[in-house]
Design a binder for this molecule. Sequence first.
Ligand code: ADE
Length: 257
Amino acid sequence: MNYHILTLFPEMVLEGLNTSIIGRAVDKGLLSIEAVNIRDYTKEKHGHVDDAPYGGGAGMVMQAAPVCDAYEDLCRKLGKRPRVLYMTPQGRVFNQKIAKELSAEEDLVFLCGHYEGIDERALELIVTDCLSIGDYVLTGGELPAMVMIDCISRLVPGVLNNDVSAEIESFHDNLLEYPQYTRPEVYAGMRVPEVLLSGHHKNIETWRRQQSIKRTLERRPDLLAEANLSKKEQKYLEELRREQKKELSSIFENVLK
Ligand code: ADE
């Protein structure tokens, strides 16, 4: 996977990404991360890449030419026109499914805006996908690009030491991950669940699936509509829901007493 980040702050993304697991994957040649400085493409004497908005208003707008020129130069060097992901709170909210889809691409361009955004004509000309990392506004697109690159990279084969874990973790199957424990068996008087010490793989797997279902019901019930559950697991979920209802009605009864 080759990432190309169009930004005014190349050092920010490179320093953030060339460490830990992603940095190691770059060293191994599984990923490449290139930061293209949009400022290198300005034709203005003073190196400006922004100007006041037509029609007035606060802040500055990034000009179309340096952004488009940076992308066109990249395309010439690559000999292809990769997807351009524009980081914006107006985009589709990024999730694991989008990450999976993007991980199949060979090259991805991340376009990071600053100030009051980028001239709309540049966006019309080069952007293929508008993506957000959530309903809040940041000062620029660099952090969202780093979040997405981290998430996509762990789905690239070989990046995690253990390829199965990327699939089993939270959100695979639309279920949250089950609780994990490691040594010692007792900590602060709390024991590791007995089943995990049993060595009985089938029982451990059943327990973990049940814990995932329980956790998802308690913390992110919205995910369950899309979860892939066996008949037995659906029964287990119905049982949990009945218990939840009972608990709720006893709380209400106590309040009304
Ligand atoms: N740029 C500013 N805020 C953003 C957000 N929430 N997601 C993506 N890009 C952004």
